[in-house]
Design a protein around this ligand. Structure first.
Ligand code: ADP
Length: 486
């Protein structure tokens, strides 16, 4: 292990099933790499269907006791988990940067926000209210209660290795569900470190399980096993659709956080400095590898050139390098598939007449680094306008008027996040309403927080994480009609 952690027990290379740290039945491991250096960080058990089935059985057994614990006590345990995560923030950030590549400051921010989700849902555990319904007859009392769905399977991506787990697990656990998690193969160690702290916090054995290994086999077991009543997935739309189809066979509930193609619209009347500041945060955070990253930057004709120059100045200040080095603000991409995709999109745009105002090619300081890039003269026939870029590339498209901007913004199968900048109060409301997206930033380039509902419409997903809505995804409504004696 090439990490210097204060608490070395947080770096786990075994999966976590039924409260035990375990290897694959076959004994097989696969390596996990540091994307900044290509060094092997450690090994990960290569598990499949049998281990997943066992984890689901453990979760099923643990459900019996966990759902009976009163909400206030479940909240106390979750709160302990949150506190431990904050106490170990530095180690958790080091692990995340090593396996994921993002700058340490971003990793620290993600750990804080992960703890924030757990704190929020610890509190929400106590507010899973039912209701009484006025009855039409005197001899009836009508009411609803909310009960945990049951065993939850969670499949998470590599771009937010801790927050995605916190967002899914803490509402599930708060609701009284138990979970089996499959983290992304690129970033298992953040998940396993969180599990170690969950165990220390007193989350009972079997309530939270982590299985690592063969995505297809693990996913097949999770979706086919009738004991799993809910699948919560964050990842690509392609995989999300496959999983939904598989869940149909046992009529599981699903929450899906899928891909995006976020428009970022800058109107003539915008505060350009503010828009530049926010597009920097929205576009270049996590090297552009988030589903809510500004993907299509549309700038109105009257301010196009000025906006492009201001953006170029800001982008030129980005410090690219390994995420654990001081002052670095942009790390590597996750793997060579990501580099190839981003470079392919840029080459296609340049071939079709776009200009690279900044960057436009890989950066020669390692295999997975890409120059922060600003493309001007982007048109609709370029792939970069339609595909989710997932890289540090800002394509600038020029538009004439509001109607065109809205029509273009909505002309996609995705509907996750959209942003726009304008100082006209009428337009702010009009455009907010017209954008067909689950989340809109009006003069804001950031959206995610534990207090608000995160999620998309159209092919960007189903369901919401965060806010008062997040816990409802893990609760069933039961209607009770109580007949009363005369
Ligand atoms: P990306 O291409 O960004 O890695 P994916 O949708 O492929 O996005 O991955 C998101 C998560 O889904 C990861 O944990 C990955 O291992 C998992 N995954 C990929 N394919 C499958 C599958 N067929 N069944 C279950 N999980 C899968």
């Amino acid at each position: 292990m090439c990490l210097s952690l204060r608490d070395k027990s947080l770096f786990r290379q075994q999966a976590f099933i039924g409260g035990n740290w375990v290897d694959a039945d076959s004994g097989r491991h696969v390596p996990v790499y540091n994307p900044a250096t290509n060094d092997v960080l450690g090994q990960m058990p290569w598990m499949g269907a049998a281990e997943t089935r066992r984890a689901i059985e453990c979760a099923e057994q643990a459900l019996v006791g966990w759902k009976k614990i009163i909400a206030k006590d479940r909240a106390t345990i979750l709160r302990r988990w949150c506190n431990l995560i904050l106490e170990h923030k530095e180690d958790l950030a080091q692990i995340m940067t090593a396996e994921q590549g993002k700058p340490l400051s971003e990793s620290r921010g993600e750990i804080t926000s992960s703890a924030g989700y757990i704190e929020w849902f610890a509190e929400e555990a106590k507010r899973t209210y039912g209701e009484t319904i006025p009855a039409a007859n005197k001899d009836q009392q009508l009411l609803t209660i909310r009960q945990p769905i049951g065993v939850v399977a969670a499949i998470t991506p590599w771009n937010f290795p801790a927050q995605m787990i916190a967002r899914k697990c803490s509402p599930a656990l708060a609701a009284g569900c138990t979970v089996v998690i499959k983290p992304a193969p690129q970033t298992p160690y953040s998940a396993l470190a969180l599990a170690a702290l969950a165990q220390e916090a007193g989350i009972p054995d079997g309530v939270l399980n982590i299985v690592t290994g063969k995505a297809g086999e693990i996913g097949d077991e999770m979706t086919a096993n009738p004991a799993v009543r809910k699948l919560s997935f964050t990842g690509s739309t392609v995989v999300g659709k496959v999983l939904m189809e598989k869940c149909a066979l046992t009529v599981k509930q699903v929450s899906m956080e899928l891909g995006g193609n976020a428009p970022f619209i800058v109107f003539d009347d915008a505060n350009l400095d503010l828009a530049v500041r926010h597009v920097m945060a929205s576009k270049f955070r996590n090297s552009g590898q988030t589903c809510v990253c500004a993907n299509r930057i549309m700038v109105q004709k009257g301010v196009y050139d000025e906006f492009a120059s201001k953006l170029a100045v800001a982008v030129n200040k980005i410090q690219v390098g390994p995420g654990n080095e001081a002052d670095v603000t942009l790390g590597p991409l996750i793997d060579d598939r990501a580099i190839d995709k981003v470079d392919g999109l840029v080459k296609d745009a340049l071939d079709k007449g776009a200009k690279a105002l900044v960057g436009g090619a890989p950066l020669d300081i390692g295999e997975l680094f890409y120059k922060p890039t600003v493309l001007t003269g982007v048109t609709q026939n370029m792939q970069v306008f339609h595909k989710e870029i997932f890289g540090p590339v800002a394509p600038l498209y020029c538009f004439e008027d509001e109607d065109e901007a809205i029509a273009l913004a909505n002309s996609t199968r995705y509907g996750l996040a959209a942003y726009f900048f304008s100082r006209d109060v009428g337009r702010v409301w009009r455009v907010s309403e017209a954008l067909e997206y689950g989340m809109v930033g009006a003069n804001s380039g950031t959206l995610s927080s534990e207090a608000t509902p995160f999620g998309g419409i159209k092919e960007s997903g189903i369901g919401r994480e965060g806010g008062k809505y997040g816990i409802q995804e893990f609760l069933e409504i039961k209607y009770i009609n109580m007949g009363l004696e005369e």
